[in-house]
Design a protein around this ligand. Structure first.
Ligand SMILES: CC(=O)N[C@H]1[C@@H](OP(=O)(O)OP(=O)(O)OC[C@H]2O[C@@H](n3ccc(=O)[nH]c3=O)[C@H](O)[C@@H]2O)O[C@H](CO)[C@@H](O)[C@@H]1O
Ligand SMILES: C=C(OP(=O)(O)O)C(=O)O
Length: 442
């Protein structure tokens, strides 16, 4: 029946947390192992739910996934890859978006794939039209089936000239995972260039792929007949790092995030400094703390890399509710990613949502009835409340608001946090949070 998390707020979070491999890379690296003719090894693998989901999906397709009991490193052996039934696949699909990335690798290895309807955070419609268009351009045939799609390549997969209408992370990965073994050359214009995409490219290159990334969002892939395995250390989770950084600011605390990497957090660190947060970078991580005095308001736009990542926005909105003055956050990646602010308003934050593009540049959601700009006025005192965790980042923002608030909050749906935050409860307790997890019973 799930758990109830009771949070007694008002204590600064202080101490140290370690972030491991990125949720937005590790499951995709696991999928890439399907393309190899030899086993792969993936290191720095976090214990999060999306890794369990992909382990299950790979296993039903015959990939042997074993975990080193000491290091947690994964060995992935695709020697006996096979078809799986839609019910086997359904049983493992969970609430992740990764199943869509099995299309190319499964078509290359067994000629077809069943892809269940996708999960992932409920932050708008999240269509898969770009994925299906690029797959059809490679020569794939897509059929709607109950509970998902069936995809096959009766005439094989051939490289193509492609252009994405928007630099989608998932669709770019779809192209990479399909093009590396397609016949001939693929050119993708309008590609996403997030750090996790570069890491996936490095993995594919280790396997034998030939991929060139140009400075203008064009990626060129020369298909090869065979790929081998990889041995790779996943990049650390920049989104978890940014979440803990915001938690330090919101609770007036001081957190050293071991594994946080400046290179992948440049846009975040600029904003962190502008709002009044302090940080210090060393070779192993970054220390984040509240600089004292009032936080400063700002105007901020989320964007694709190298812009300010949309997954960083939610915890930072809580910090902005404590800044002196009016801030604006214009969400330009997802049309409907401010639903989480309702609970913050119930906790005392002053946040108004608007349909207009309130940032400095109009985005594709303007004049389309989406509440995608937030005006946040501060500082307001936060008080405890009861809430149900809506999604990963919105949920994290509720939790840190509750940790900073006066009084007690009760949160349900806490399991969602496991999708992207490894050992979340242990980390909170280690940082001195006054929290208690109890079972809701039947
Ligand atoms: C597992 C993973 O890596 N998740 C990340 C990934 O999600 P994901 O890969 O799903 O996000 P995308 O980059 O594809 O989505 C960006 C935008 O493109 C739109 N779109 C996308 C595909 C498509 O076929 N049609 C379409 O319209 C989406 O609705 C959204 O508005 O990138 C997002 C943007 O950095 C992050 O917030 C997610 O944490
Ligand atoms: C939106 C997110 O993830 P996903 O794409 O896996 O739902 C996220 O990590 O904030």
């Amino acid at each position: 029946m799930g758990n109830l998390l009771t949070i007694n707020g008002g204590k600064p979070l202080e101490g140290r947390v370690t972030v491991r491999g990125a949720k937005n890379l590790v499951p995709k690296a696991m999928v890439a192992s399907l393309l190899g003719s030899k086993p792969s090894v993936l290191r720095n693998v976090p214990e999060i739910r999306d890794v369990d989901i992909v382990t299950g999906l790979l296993s039903v397709h015959g990939v042997k996934v074993s975990k080193d009991p000491e290091t947690g490193d994964l060995s992935l052996d695709p020697a006996d890859t096979k078809s799986a039934t839609s019910s086997e696949i359904d049983a493992h699909a969970g609430d992740s978006r990764i199943p869509i990335l099995f299309c190319g690798p499964l078509m290359h290895s067994i000629g077809e794939a069943f892809i269940p309807d996708l999960g992932g955070c409920k932050i708008g419609d999240r269509p898969i039209d770009f994925h299906l268009t690029v797959l059809r351009n490679f020569g794939a045939v897509v059929e709607k089936r109950p509970g998902g799609i069936h995809i096959s390549a009766p005439k094989g997969l051939t490289g193509a000239k492609l252009e994405l209408p928007y630099p989608s992370v998932g669709a770019t990965e779809q192209v990479l995972l399909t093009a590396v073994k397609a016949e001939g050359i693929t050119e993708l214009k309008g590609a996403a260039v997030e750090p996790e995409i570069h890491d996936l490219i490095h993995i594919l290159q280790k396997m034998g792929a030939i991929i060139t990334v140009q400075t203008d969002r064009t990626i060129r892939i020369e298909g090869v007949n065979e790929l081998s395995g990889f041995n790779h250390q996943a990049i650390p989770d920049r989104n978890e790092s940014a979440s803990w950084a915001s938690a330090a600011l919101v609770t007036q605390g001081d957190i050293y995030v071991e594994g946080a990497m400046q290179r992948d957090l440049t846009a975040f660190l600029n904003i962190y400094r502008k709002i009044g947060g302090e940080f210090e970078v060393d070779d192993h991580g970054i220390r984040f703390w509240h600089g004292g005095g009032s936080l400063k308001p700002l105007v901020l736009e989320t964007n694709v890399h190298p812009g300010f990542m949309t997954d960083w926005q939610q915890p930072l909105v809580v910090a902005l509710s404590q800044a002196e003055g009016v801030s604006i956050v214009h969400e330009t990646v997802y049309e409907n990613r401010f639903g989480f602010t309702d609970a913050l308003v119930r906790m005392g934050a002053s946040i108004q949502l608007h349909r207009e593009c309130l940032g400095s540049v109009p985005c594709r959601f303007g004049q389309r009835n989406f509440l995608h700009s937030a005006v946040i006025s501060g500082p307001t005192e936060l008080h405890g409340a009861d809430f149900d965790i809506p999604d990963l980042r919105g949920g994290f923002s509720h939790l840190i608001a509750a940790l900073a608030a006066q009084g007690t909050s009760r949160a349900t749906g806490i399991e969602i946090i496991n999708r992207g935050y490894e050992k979340f409860m242990d980390k909170l307790i280690g940082l001195g949070a006054d929290v208690e997890l109890s079972s809701l019973g039947r």
